[in-house]
Design a binder for this molecule. Structure first.
Ligand code: SF4
Length: 228
């Protein structure tokens, strides 16, 4: 049986009824197609911090250049710290993942362009509080939103980065060596050429010595998977 790749995901995208109104946002492509290749690890940060289902709606508000996640009807309900803390608590679990799919527009899970209210005018300039902290804690992790996965180019880019990180983790588990790193580079030439500068990464590997293997390996994978 083919081993599936571990991917974190906002629970509501798998059909779990965890949204503020007790509904879900099941995504047919994720559930029907990607689940054949990915082993999903669902997580709902709002449920994890103890909010009920159903629960009052929340949104992002900016005051004095600080963005906070607060209740729409009750601005005194400030969930910012609890969402940051739950992302920090998940850091170890996230280190075993090869990607993450987030629910767009959510003040907790949105990857980008989340509405931020300042005065009465919302601006699409925010990041979900949980999502932003999760991405900060896991800079190598390929992350996408379900809406963007509808774009063939973005979808292919995400899936390729997931596979690269998956194989990278396998390489580390087997034991890293200069020879294996060079072989990895050659084996992924076509994928690398579609994401990063193959020659530049090759020049980085040319600096490999027995003293700098880990340092070069970290730079290499960071340059490779952070290209979107
Ligand atoms: S978007 Fe995130 S916080 Fe909102 S219901 Fe889905 S998983 Fe929970």
């Amino acid at each position: 049986m083919i081993k599936k790749i571990p991917i974190g995901i906002s629970s509501c995208l798998l059909g779990e009824q965890v949204r503020f109104d007790g509904s879900h946002k099941r995504d047919a492509y994720i559930v029907g197609t990607l689940s054949e290749y990915f082993d999903f690890y669902p997580f709902c940060p709002e449920v994890a911090i103890g909010l009920g289902i159903p629960r009052p709606t929340i949104h992002l508000v900016k005051t004095d250049d600080i963005v906070r996640c607060v209740g729409v009807k009750n601005p005194e309900l400030d969930l910012t710290k609890r969402l940051l803390d739950v992302a920090a608590q998940q850091k170890e679990c996230h280190s075993g993942l090869c990607g993450y799919i987030l629910k767009k527009d959510s003040p907790s899970c949105g990857m980008e362009r989340v509405k931020v209210y300042s005065g009465n005018q919302p601006h699409r300039e925010g990041f979900g509080i949980f999502a932003q902290e999760m991405m900060r804690n896991n800079p190598l992790l390929p992350v996408e939103e379900e809406g963007r996965l509808g774009d063939p180019g973005l979808r292919e880019n995400f899936i390729q980065r997931v596979y690269v990180l998956y194989r990278w983790q396998q390489l580390l588990a087997e034991g890293l060596s200069a020879q294996k790193l060079t072989h990895f580079h050659a084996r992924h030439k076509l994928i690398i050429m579609s994401h990063a500068d193959y020659r530049e990464l090759g020049q980085l590997l040319a600096r490999l010595s027995k003293d700098n293997l880990l340092e070069i390996a970290e730079q290499y994978i960071s340059q490779l998977v952070n290209q979107r």
